[in-house]
Design a protein around this ligand. Structure first.
Ligand code: UDP
Length: 238
């Protein structure tokens, strides 16, 4: 089922999809493939805000688990998302797609700060805006950053491209009988603690009525299919 009349989307990509087949970091060839899919969507007329995670480089929780101060580790995680944003910007620009990176942690020499009106103008001009550093505060994730920017930029839907093709009633990697939902409500996701996005991100989408479309970005051509309402996906909505 396509998200009817959607024109502007927020596309959230987990950091781990930038690894391609690697175990860590950024695989430039795979990022270039991803950029090709994003370009195709933009050429098809979608206005695109992008948020990229940082889990391929650093997660605050992992640092904290090894004894680091959590907030400090989260700052490192936020910096990782900026590196990913710059890698994606470079890949998109190599394909001739104008982009701007806006970071929630200011780094004037590297990219713009988050300024909503400026981001609007970029979208009007056909640029892709990549929002980096999540919400700019520790104890959050880029899922919350994605939900926040989707609300702020009045996106019609939040597309979460990840390694699994939707939301399951149990972990499909552990349970062969796990069933994928075609559609599920925000409240069920929260009540059953289903693995979609963290609870604050889901609640923000619910409160602002932004549908979340969960799909696998690992399969080639899947972004175009999912934007057309085809292929495996789960829609989280009221
Ligand atoms: N992070 C943060 N605040 C934010 C967004 C991200 O502190 O608003 C940190 C946090 O440590 C997180 C890391 O950045 O673990 C990388 O982001 P995330 O885990 O969301 O990446 P993903 O799982 O999507 O790759």
């Amino acid at each position: 089922m396509p998200i009817s009349n959607a024109k502007r989307i927020l596309l959230k990509l987990s950091g781990e999809v930038l690894m391609g087949e690697q175990e860590f970091g950024i695989d430039p060839a795979f990022v270039s493939e991803l950029a090709g899919e994003v370009k195709q969507a933009r050429d098809a007329g979608w206005e695109i805000c992008l948020v990229i995670g940082g889990g391929n480089i650093f997660r605050g929780m992992a640092g904290a688990a090894q004894g680091m101060d959590r907030a400090q580790a989260d700052y490192m995680g936020m910096l990782a998302t900026v590196m990913n944003a710059l890698a994606m910007q470079s890949a998109l620009e190599q394909l001739g797609v104008p982009t701007r990176v806006q970071s929630a942690v200011q780094m004037d020499q590297v990219c713009e700060p988050v300024i909503r009106r400026r981001a609007e103008r970029h979208l009007e001009k056909g640029r892709i805006v990549i929002f980096a550093a999540g919400v700019g505060a520790p104890y959050f994730t880029t899922d919350s950053g994605a939900a926040l920017r989707a609300a702020e930029m009045r996106c019609d839907a939040l597309f979460k491209g990840t390694s699994v093709d939707g939301v399951y009633d149990s972990d499909p990697k552990k349970n062969a009988d796990a069933k994928r939902y075609d559609s599920v409500t925000y409240d069920k996701v929260l009540a059953d603690n289903l693995k979609v996005m963290d609870a604050s991100a889901v609640a923000l989408c619910r409160d602002n009525n932004i549908p979340i479309v969960v799909f696998s970005i690992r399969e080639k051509g899947n972004l175009a299919r999912v934007l057309a309402g085809q292929g495996a996906q789960t829609i989280v909505r009221n």
